[in-house]
Write a protein that binds this ligand. Structure first.
Ligand code: ATP
Length: 329
């Protein structure tokens, strides 16, 4: 069953344009000129219940705008959305109890109070009975390993601890659909990994549908088999991450350990030399030339060890962000 259905969704922002200087300010006061920003343009996709999908795009591509429309914070200019069977911008109570939005750069916990107080407020807002509240608190705090920090004022928590407490607050009412906008932003590698493990466990334990944006590809590769790629407001890819990498990694890396070192002149015929250190050499080879190059290396050189790897995924995605040159499946 589809948990999120988006059809021909668009969002245009009207932005007032003001000329510089006093004259510009006065003119602007009496007569405003507007410019249109097409933040999201005619995008359609479906996400099944329990799926965890990555939402990728460069800065300003339209991710947050889409998430805001999916959670009913802003109206779409055109198109339709259904989330857990509801139309988000109507903001009906049953809809609000079925979903949650966590933004890495915004917080809902009250700064000067212990997180537990904010959690209690959320418990009351969502009308969670005391027994269930205690049970969920215990369970989520344990999964997030944050129990002993909940009585401390939020301002005294580290960034990672605060993010864990934010997630706890967002999940107390057990939403079926979870929207995450950069949940690991600014966290160190260990804290990122903890959040990732938690999200995976939460998704599996409660079959929650999760749509996640992150600029850290490690989050996406660890959590999402499927990705949506948005470029200048348009959906340019909807499919598996694996296929995306397969199709758009233009070259592969061959790492070879030779029995005897050879000069770069002798090795140049096998591919572009990336690194040459004694008997170890790394070549960059076009994907379509991989098999012939491997055969040539193995038949002509005295090889002790050889392995083939893809270029880093950040590099592939970064290139796609720049070119936007992908066709939607
Ligand atoms: N409230 C707004 N008024 C006018 N323009 C806006 C508004 N919010 C976003 N935009 C513009 O819409 C476009 C999409 O912005 P959006 O925040 O959705 O991108 P994003 O993919 O989330 O980027 P980032 O990764 O930097 O957060 C950008 O050009 C942005 O400047």
């Amino acid at each position: 069953m589809s948990s999120i259905i988006v059809q021909n969704l668009s969002k245009c922002y009207q932005v007032a344009v003001k000329k510089p200087g006093l004259k510009g300010t006065l003119t602007h006061f009496f007569h405003r000129n507007y410019r249109e920003i097409k933040a999201v343009q005619n995008i359609s996709f479906r996400i099944e219940s329990g799926e965890m999908v990555g939402f990728l795009g460069a800065n300003g591509a339209g991710k947050t705008t889409t998430l805001k429309m999916l959670t009913g914070l802003i109206y779409p200019s055109e198109g339709s959305i259904t989330v857990a069977g509801y139309i988000p911008f109507r903001r009906q109570t049953p809809f609000l109890t079925k979903m949650s939005l966590v933004m890495g750069q915004k917080q809902q916990l009250l700064w000067d109070l212990p997180a537990l107080d904010s959690l209690r407020i959320n418990g009351a807002v969502y009308q969670i009975p005391e027994k269930i509240f205690q049970k969920r608190l215990e369970e989520l705090a344990q999964m997030l390993d944050i129990k002993d920090k909940l009585t401390q004022p939020v301002r005294k928590l580290s960034l990672g601890e605060r993010m864990k407490a934010e997630l706890l607050a967002a999940l107390l009412h057990h939403p079926q659909v979870l929207f995450l906008d950069e949940p690991t932003l600014g966290l160190d590698v260990n804290a990122q990994a903890t959040i990732r493990t938690f999200l995976k466990e939460y998704n599996q334990r409660y079959q929650a549908t999760i749509l996640l944006t992150s600029h850290y590809m490690a989050d996406i590769t660890a959590l999402c088999q499927r990705v949506l790629l948005i470029h200048q407001g348009e959906l340019i890819y909807d499919g598996s991450l694996e296929q995306l990498v397969e199709r758009f990694a233009p070259y592969r890396e061959i790492k070879v350990e030779l029995a005897n070192p050879l000069s770069s002149q002798e090795l140049a015929q096998y591919g572009e030399i990336e690194v040459l250190e004694g008997p170890e050499v790394r070549f960059l080879v076009q994907r379509d030339k991989l098999t012939t190059t491997l055969a040539k290396i193995l038949s002509q050189l005295d090889v002790i060890d050889l392995n083939v790897t893809d270029p880093p995924i950040e590099e592939i995605i970064g290139r796609l962000f720049q070119s936007g040159n992908v066709n939607v499946n």
